[in-house]
Write a protein that binds this ligand. Sequence first.
Ligand code: FES
Length: 201
Amino acid sequence: MSFHPKMAYGATFHKSSRQLEDEGPSFAYTPENRARFDALVLRYPPDRRRSAVLPALYLAQYQQGYITANAIRHVAELLGITRADVEDVVSFYTMFYTRPVGKFVLQVCRTLSCAVNGAECVTEALVDKIGIKPGETDPTGTFTLLEVECLGACDRAPVVMVNDAWHECQRPEDVSTLVDDLKARGEGALSGCYHVVEGKR
Ligand code: FES
C-alpha cells in the first residue's frame, strides 16, 4: 500500500545488496579519523568491538562522502569482523550511502504520520524546485533527494532531514524556501535539530 500513490516508489537509491559494485579508491582512515576510531572502540568491551560498526561507518562516510567496498573492508579489518558483517549493516540502514550524494541530502519521511500530514506534497515541491526525482542528485552535485522511512519525529510531521538536521512541520512552501536558503547560505541555512556524529566534516 502506498500512502501517496502519485509518487513512484521505484527509486533504486537504497537497494538492499550484499555486493557493492563500487570498489572505490583504496581506503584508510585519515590519521585524524583513525584517532577518532581508536578512541571510540575503547567505549566498548574488548570482546564487543563489533558494536562500534555504526560510528566506524559514519567516520568512513564523512571522510569519503559515501561507503565503498574498500571502506567496508577497512572497517571490517579494524573491527575484526567479516566484510559481510559490515555489508549487512550498510545495506540495512538508509543513512549509509553506497554511491556519491550531493552536498545536501534531503530526506523526506514517507511513513504514516508524515504521509497523512502532507509528505507527498512536500516531496512534490522539492521535485518541482530542484528538478530531480527521489533517488537522484542534481547535475551540480548540490542536492540529493530521497524518500525514507520514519525519522523519529512523528509528532512534528512532516519531517525533512537535511544532512544531519531535522526540519520539522514542513509545508511545501517551507522546503522551497529552504532550498533557496541552502543555495544562498550553505550550511548556515540548516536551522533544525542536529544529530551529532563524530568525524563530521
Ligand atoms: S512518520 Fe515521519 S518522522 Fe515518523
